[in-house]
Write a protein that binds this ligand. Structure first.
Ligand code: ATP
Length: 579
């Protein structure tokens, strides 16, 4: 379906508000016309020195239209803005609701600046959809009809003439400026998006650009896009100037034509000379309704493009389909993975192949293996971020895909390789995991992550700001805050995805020790390529190229020749060298 038709359907709930706003717009321009026509009448009539009573109707008319014009303009602005904000809220909520199920799998292909652009700029562009696209044509049609009705009272030719000039100004000029501007609105949106992506890249990659002397070439790219954007915006300004000039020209041509028809009628006494100025000023005032029309077409193109970009995103089917009738969460947190095979793309080589694994509730399991073995992929499947099609994953003997994903995720706390911290305080970042947590819970969680000494030593303690992405903290401190957050969640399953690999050896050991001692009773799935405290895990699974190649306890695995023993020996050598 056409994006504009879809937008209109989405806006249909507010149709009465939109009609009211358009009606008020019509009454405002109508009052302007009334004001000028009655003023012209008074001035012309007064020149003939009539008695004051003959001017009474005109005087009342001027007062009425003078006041009503301001009042209607005010009400029109009020209702229009109110309707616009209602629509904008509707569009925003709809977009976020549609976007949420797509994260993270379906959003990976978008750059973050592009996503931001769609969420902010494209949705913002739709702000103009009603005010500048839908309302102006409604007001213009109403005013044309009003003028036709008013002027044909004097002579049918006047009615036809005004319709003709209104059609030229309201249809031909917009069509002309649309043809000239075709594609420009779309190109501007695209260039703006490109510019945002480049600027964000420059800000985020400032350190790398500085180190590798890439600032100049990056700046050149930005300047190039900026120049193109400038040229297109200038073109748009020229088009706007031209259509304003053309409408002005048509307005004057309409006035002249009216005079050409009206003057002979006055000479023949068919038309009272007083009405000459009335007609002329009425015609001039009526063109106010046509001025926004060429711009309306340009905004239509922009809105259609912006809506198209939003629909393109939200129309993507979520990778994970929620069941129509989800099954209840089981009491047990036992995981059973059977013959699980997973591919990122339908015909790609499997990232995980024939994985069968049993993780009883409360057990501790370490999944180890070289980089790219598929460890994080397994975590993503457990978290329902990606869909599996072959094999089965059961939680307490209920298939994972038969349950509501959000409920499944509530059973798990995760600490991943790249922790995201919000630009807020330590407290806020922790409360994300458990909004109702007490002071004591926060302290205990920080102690478990070996971070309490650091936080309590800060001047502002829990109220200290961590900065954007936790920039004010070191990588290890960020990671420990993430661990504290996961501990605070008190979920039955804790997933550690290379959670301690960013810590120094001492802290790594201390943090793991605390987690393993304090969090007794909960399942811990520890994904790592560093073999630290492996003897504390009941089960170690060695994953290589997507397959389980070894499985057992630390002791049993060291007794056999194989990948695990090699990894262990290599790591010991490295540790000895490092010491
Ligand atoms: P590391 O220890 O380096 O984090 P890992 O064992 O966690 O590695 P995964 O991140 O699960 O490995 O990646 C396994 C394989 O899947 C890799 O070959 C990787 O290139 C591929 N892969 C990961 N994410 C995607 C994706 N979104 N699309 C396609 N392939 C992917």
């Amino acid at each position: 379906m056409n994006p504009v038709t879809r937008l209109i359907r989405m806006a249909a709930d507010y149709k009465w508000w939109m009609l009211l706003a358009a009606l008020l717009g019509f009454l405002t321009v109508g009052s302007s016309i009334g004001l000028l026509m009655t003023s012209a009448y008074i001035i012309s009539k007064a020149a003939l020195h009539p008695s004051i009573s003959e001017l009474q109707v005109g005087i009342v008319g001027v007062r009425f239209f003078g006041i009503s014009r301001g009042l209607f303009r005010y009400l029109e602005r009020l209702v229009t803005h109110d309707t616009t904000f209602k629509l904008l809220t509707r569009f925003r909520v709809w977009f976020f609701e549609a976007l949420e199920p797509l994260a993270p799998a379906r959003l990976q292909k978008y750059k973050s600046a592009d996503l931001l652009n769609r969420i902010v700029s494209d949705v913002q562009t739709l702000e103009h959809f009603f005010v500048r696209v839908l309302a102006p044509p409604m007001v213009a049609v109403g005013i044309s009809l009003l003028m036709w009705i008013l002027l044909r009272v004097y002579d049918p030719v006047f009615g036809i003439t005004i319709l003709l000039f209104h059609a030229l100004a309201g249809l031909a000029v917009p069509a002309l400026s649309y043809l000239w501007a075709q594609g420009t609105g779309e190109a501007i949106l695209k260039l703006r998006a490109d510019l945002n992506v480049l600027i964000l890249d420059q800000i985020q990659g400032m350190a790398e650009l500085t180190v590798f002397n890439g600032q100049d070439s990056h700046r050149k790219q930005i300047n190039e896009v900026n120049r193109k954007l400038d040229r297109l915006e200038q073109k748009m300004t020229r088009i706007s100037a031209l259509h304003e000039a053309l409408i002005g020209l048509l307005m004057n041509a309409a006035v002249l034509t009216m005079l050409v028809f009206a003057i002979p009628l006055v000479q023949q006494n068919t038309l009272d000379g007083v009405y000459l100025a009335v007609i002329v000023l009425g015609v001039m005032a009526s063109f106010e309704a046509l001025l926004p029309l060429p711009e309306a077409l340009q905004f239509l193109e922009k809105n259609s493009r912006a809506a198209g970009r939003l629909f393109e995103m939200v129309d993507a089917t979520p990778e994970v389909r929620e069941p129509d009738v989800p099954e209840a969460l089981p009491d047990s947190a036992d995981f059973a993975i059977k013959e699980l095979t997973f591919r990122y793309e339908p015909n790609a080589t499997p990232t995980l192949q024939d994985i069968s694994l049993s993780i009883p509730a409360g057990s501790r399991i370490a999944i180890v293996g070289p980089s790219g073995a598929g460890k994080s992929t397994l975590i993503q499947l457990l978290l329902r971020f990606r869909e599996y099609h072959t094999g089965s994953i059961q939680l307490g003997s209920v298939e994972l895909k038969k349950m509501d994903s959000e409920q499944v995720r509530k059973q798990m706390a995760v600490v991943s390789q790249s922790t995201f911290l919000f630009d807020s305080t330590v407290r806020e970042n922790l409360l994300l995991a458990k909004p109702q947590a007490e002071e004591q819970d926060l302290t205990q969680a920080l102690q478990a992550a070996d971070l309490w000494n650091f936080v309590s030593g800060l001047e502002q303690g829990l109220e200290a700001e961590v900065g954007a992405h936790g920039q004010k903290w070191s990588g290890g401190q960020r990671q420990r805050l993430a661990i504290a957050r996961a501990v605070l969640k008190e979920a039955p399953v804790l997933l550690l995805d290379e959670a301690t690999s960013g810590l120094d050896a001492f802290t790594e050991q201390a943090v793991l020790e605390t987690i393993l001692t304090r969090l007794s009773g909960i399942t811990i799935i520890h994904i790592t390529h560093r073999l630290v405290m492996m003897d504390r895990f009941e089960q170690i699974v060695v994953l290589c190229k997507g397959r389980i190649i070894q499985q057992g306890t630390h002791k049993s695995l060291l007794q056999k020749e194989g990948f695990y023993k090699e990894m262990w020996q290599l790591q010991r050598q490295q540790d000895m060298l490092a010491n």
